[in-house]
Design a protein around this ligand. Sequence first.
Ligand code: C2G
Length: 131
Amino acid sequence: MKRVITYGTFDLLHYGHINLLRRAKALGDYLVVALSTDEFNWNMKQKKCYFSYEQRKELLEAIRYVDLVIPEENWEQKVTDVKEYHIDTFVIGDDWAGKFDFLKEQGVEVVYLPRTPEISTTQIKNDLNRM
Ligand code: C2G
């Protein structure tokens, strides 16, 4: 059983997120999503989410590619998460290319996938404001 993990905020869930999750799951048999908590988003990513952690978690758990959702509370937990969840592969969009290569030292394969170019939560918010 090949176990994959990815991390993110996943606010205003859109097809760019789904494209990422589908490709992440295709790299293994079990996909863990570490979902940024409201506190982590605000304190460390200066992101104010539209949906709360619980609402974003419920949405992710409804996606066929997702097997487990855990909280992402800090930048450092990746090193322990990959051990605790017996992860083989870490996956994230290529906007993060190179940022998590240190996980290779834990024996984890690190994969940066091309983002879906034309969509983002920010874009959705901007477009809605112009309607
Ligand atoms: N993504 C994508 N295409 C988009 C938008 C997002 O492939 N058009 C991917 C991102 O690259 C990321 C995932 O979807 O892999 C979740 O995106 P965000 O919620 O924006 O995640 P981010 O805020 O980058 O959080 O510790 C890592 C961070 O928690 C990542």
